[in-house]
Design a protein around this ligand. Structure first.
Ligand code: ZN
Length: 269
């Protein structure tokens, strides 16, 4: 192999470097040396920025974007794997919420404002209350999806389905154990407990249900939980117990929905 010294000797004299001064590179913000390479033979010349970090920064940005994409994918996978959500709500978003009454318009605005405020102050709980079919669950799903878009972790759990599943499946042959599920419910940035206070199939054991719900709600003190119910305050307190009700009321934003049946009006004949 030819020594580097003799290579340089062969090329020396084939080009000339002229210093053009210094400049702040707009791309990387580093002060760079501007040089002009003037070839004497057939070598390419041109102007160069010595010390420019643009290329390095481009690579770093690409890596960061890739990490962010993977992070977002993991958050979506968590939601998909652990949420107990009816198929009709799988794609519910703010954009697909149909406003037909004033209360729905106000509820949509309140839900969007909740998302905007999220993470800027103390955690707030939110309760969508109103009759069946007014779009409470749709808005609750939309809140979680909007927060997932902002890289918060979230799970949507229909309370009757959750209690039934905890009782029937998680401790038997299931790929997810009850402990895993409860741990996720306790720690996600936002949890929806949909249809809280509703009957579930194992309703012979109300105190068991109450204590399971308390386990989750108690662990989520200072964290955001979104509830939906078609019960009024008095009925709900009687149903979920005073302890749960008082946890729920901490920093609670109440959004009332009324009006035409949201689900029924979707079908037109
Ligand atoms: Zn640069």
């Amino acid at each position: 192999m030819e020594p580097i010294g003799s290579v340089l000797q062969r090329y020396a004299g084939l080009f000339e470097i002229r210093e053009l001064g210094q400049e702040l590179c707009n791309g990387c913000g580093v002060t760079v040396r501007l040089v002009e390479v003037i070839p004497k033979g057939s070598l390419p010349g041109g102007r160069f920025k010595l010390g420019c970090r643009c290329e390095e920064l481009r690579i770093v940005r690409e890596i960061m974007a890739e990490n962010k994409r993977r992070h977002t994918e993991r958050i979506r996978a968590l939601f998909d794997r652990l949420s107990l959500i009816s198929p009709s709500l799988k794609n519910a978003r703010f954009e697909t919420f149909r406003v037909e009454t004033d209360s729905q318009r106000q509820a949509l605005a309140a839900a969007k404002a909740y998302v905007e405020r999220f993470g800027t102050g103390p955690a707030e709980n939110m309760l969508f209350v109103g009759p069946y079919g007014t779009g409470k669950s749709h808005l609750a799903v939309s809140v979680v999806r909007a927060l997932i878009d902002r890289e918060y972790t979230g799970i949507f759990a229909s309370v009757p389905d959750l209690l039934t599943k905890i009782k029937a499946t998680y401790n038997r042959r299931s790929d997810v154990s009850e402990d895993d599920v409860l741990e996720a419910l306790r720690t996600v940035d936002v949890l929806v407990l949909d249809d809280i206070g509703a009957e579930y199939s194992g309703n012979a054991d109300e105190s068991w249900a109450e204590s399971k719900i308390f386990e989750v709600m108690n662990a989520r003190q200072g964290m955001a939980t979104v509830y939906t119910t078609n019960l009024n305050g008095e009925q709900l307190q009687a149903k979920i117990g005073a302890r749960n009700f008082s946890r729920m009321c901490e920093g609670l934003v109440v959004v009332k929905l009324s009006g035409r049946d949201y689900r029924r009006t979707k079908i037109k004949f």
